[in-house]
Design a protein around this ligand. Sequence first.
Ligand code: ADP
Ligand code: MG
Length: 390
Amino acid sequence: MADLARLKQQFIERYGGTEEGLRVYHAPGRVNLIGEHTDYNGGYVFPAALTFGTTMLARPRTDRTIGLASTNFPAAGRISLDGIAYDPADDWMNYPKGVVRELQAMGFDLGGGADILYCGEIPNGSGLSSSASIEVVTAFGLLELNGHKTDTVEIAKLAQRAENEFVGVKCGIMDQFAVANGRRNHAILLMCDTLEYELVPFDSGAYKLVIGNTNKRRELADSKYNERRGECEQAVRDLKAAFPDLELLGRLTPDEFRAHAHLIGNETVRRRARHVVEEIDRVRQSVDVLRRGDLAAFGRLMNASHDSLRDLYEVTGRELDAMVDAARSVEGVLGSRMTGAGFGGCTVSLVHEDAVETFKRVVGSRYAEATGLQADFYVCSIGNGVERIE
Ligand code: ADP
Ligand code: MG
């Protein structure tokens, strides 16, 4: 958690006045624990909110403007509530501007505006969703500050619309949903197309989630992502011979899939489809084993997920594989896998708290040896979704 006393001081240095009326909000980052490349196939994802994220200090104004500043970026400014438009020169401020625009489009009165200072602890662009975090904290804070209801499912949806339509980044709903609806020591079983969801107890006890950033640029990711989506659509077309109404691979059970996989003519497409169907089943199994508190079994499912993403779906790449291999060699690690779309980005490992220091040292050095890249590690637990903290 950010140093609040210092942040308040920075707020007052920038905007003047006193602490009177100042409110503090927090939205976390997120990590997907298992269920990768399942969302666009009508399957479950299983994200969790992290214990670190974006803190937002806000105080109402009366002149219908919003002051925007961040401890993470030098750009700062003041926008008028009457006439918000995307401007590339506004850089990061387009994220909160998009949220304000979306709130206005929904008919919310944002009163006389506000002064805002953000402080982010999430590394930007590494796949832990700093963008969803700043969007969600902005929506929640501005609604709360103006006495409106804060429905966190609606907030997730409007934040996604802001990122899709105002910022212009195509992203699914998982990030905003997890950041808005997470709960301490719970993971979120989420069906992305229906937003049907359930909080599943995930008490990691003496284990920590250790996120490893490969710091590998994800250059192939977009074209490969589209290729995989196309392959999944091909698999559905082939399987229609047995299931005429099939629209999404995720609707098949593993048994149904195995009985009819031969209908998929192309061997590569068959492997892609097998990953999707089995990965969705692994999410279901994860919920079962976690309900029993069997973290070791969950760790094995994490490992199986990574192996399938490596061998069947082929979206891992040298860096993620090297980091996961190194992680699994450390005693006290229950499981390790890539998280996110792949080809770079982060891994997530379940590591005994006594082994965390060894983990960082061993994985860091073995990863550097294998790839020439420097890894970063973030040790965390599962925290709450967006909330007011003061
Ligand atoms: P990710 O969501 O994976 O971290 P993105 O590229 O989607 O990466 O979003 C990162 C962008 O979000 C940053 O470049 C910045 O524009 C904005 N952002 C996130 N957190 C903050 C923050 N604390 N202050 C200002 N801008 C932020
Ligand atoms: Mg993002």
